[in-house]
Design a protein around this ligand. Structure first.
Ligand code: UDP
Ligand code: MN
Length: 351
């Protein structure tokens, strides 16, 4: 019985193989036709095929936002590498009103605060901008910087610190004040000290903090995109809260233009830290063209101050910072801090 069955099976499978062989050309025809149809769709509607995933992303984005707003549920940490970076981007150097810029950034909260909507940021970053009489520069900066910071998925705040007239401008003091005032609002971990006229050109230049303090404005158009000297530390730099504390912040004594950034660079090295720098192609900036400001002339004393930096470092900085806040406003795109800095000459003239 067993054998009969086997013979029958063999006969059955021979028949199926024969049928398959006969059908093969037809099957091939059906498969090829299907392929051609798919290719046709791709040709006729390439945009739909390309944009389909984007539509999906947007949908989940809105859902996450609702989850967070309604139930305050914590979402996943953002990826280590932000997924939407584009590298070099077109920089638009035309100023635009704050209202127009605000329209494109509906998720920014008063004081220029932002958090990614669909994940929890890995970086709490305060951007400190020293400022006086450069409103058009600020408009150009925000217009180009805000989209980049959003793509970098930062939990950030922007602090514009303005020094009242008529005191000679002091960039470093404004940096110290920005640092202190930002910490009153939020537990920022990372501070980007940012000239108002430096417009970034590449979003791979990440505005976060690393183990070492870093110089972000590596190549600026005004310097033909070259580092002016090996110890340059101007324009835009990033320090963690711990770095700032370790070096006692910036010196308060540089009134007028020059050397306050070199002083900070030396403080960093004197305290056993090193400055890191990314590749020049990424740390690229355009500087808004301007003349030397009347109240920020070259500081004649700057070389002497720099010579004495080591002996002053422990007593001149965050721990000796003095200022009066004249205005503190949470404007739609930034926190505005207007300050007066007491100067010895001024106090004498009042008495
Ligand atoms: N700054 C300002 N108003 C002034 C002088 C300086 O806002 O009157 C700020 C501004 O952020 C500027 C930075 O200080 O980008 C550095 O000054 P400046 O641009 O004059 O220096 P340089 O162009 O020589 O690097
Ligand atoms: Mn400048």
């Amino acid at each position: 019985m067993g054998q009969c069955r086997r013979l029958h099976n063999i006969r059955k499978s021979t028949v199926s193989i024969l049928v398959l062989i006969l059908l093969l050309p037809y099957l091939r025809h059906v498969i090829n036709e299907g392929r051609a149809k798919l290719a046709g769709i791709a040709k006729d509607h390439p945009r739909q095929l390309v944009t389909a995933p984007a539509i999906h992303v947007k949908h989940s984005f809105e859902k996450e936002q609702a989850t967070r707003n309604d139930n305050n549920v914590t979402v996943n940490l953002c990826p280590i590498v932000p997924p939407n970076l584009i590298g070099a981007f077109f920089v638009n150097m035309e100023p635009e009103s704050f209202e127009e810029i605000q329209k494109r950034h509906p998720y920014i909260k008063p004081g220029g605060r932002f958090q990614p909507l669909d994940c929890k940021s890995r970086h709490r970053v305060a951007i400190i901008v020293p400022f006086r009489d450069r409103e058009s520069h600020l408009k150009i900066l925000l217009k180009n910087l805000l989209p980049m910071l959003e793509r970098q998925q930062l939990d950030y705040g922007i602090y514009v610190v303005e020094m009242a007239m008529p005191t000679t401008f002091n960039r470093a003091v404004l940096m110290n004040i920005g640092y202190k005032e930002a910490l009153k609002d939020y537990d920022f971990q990372c501070f980007i000290f940012h000239d108002v006229d430096h417009i970034p050109e590449n979003d791979l230049n990440l505005y976060n903090c690393q183990r070492s303090p870093s110089h972000l404005a590596v190549s600026v158009d005004k310097n033909n995109y070259k580092l002016p000297y090996p110890g340059a530390f101007g324009g835009v730099v990033a320090l963690t809260k711990e770095h700032v504390i370790k070096v006692n912040g910036w010196s308060n004594m540089y009134f007028g233009w020059g050397c306050e950034d070199d002083d900070l660079y030396q403080r960093i090295h004197q305290n056993g830290l090193k400055v890191s720098r990314g590749p020049a192609e990424i740390g690229r900036y355009k500087m808004v063209k301007h003349l030397r400001d009347k109240t920020n002339q070259k500081n004649k004393d700057r070389a002497n101050l720099l010579k004495g930096m080591k002996t002053r470092m422990r007593s001149d900085g965050l721990n000796s910072l003095k200022y009066d806040v004249l205005k503190r406003e949470y404007r739609p795109l930034f926190a505005y801090i207007f300050v007066r800095i007491p100067v010895e000459g001024d106090t004498k003239s009042h008495h």
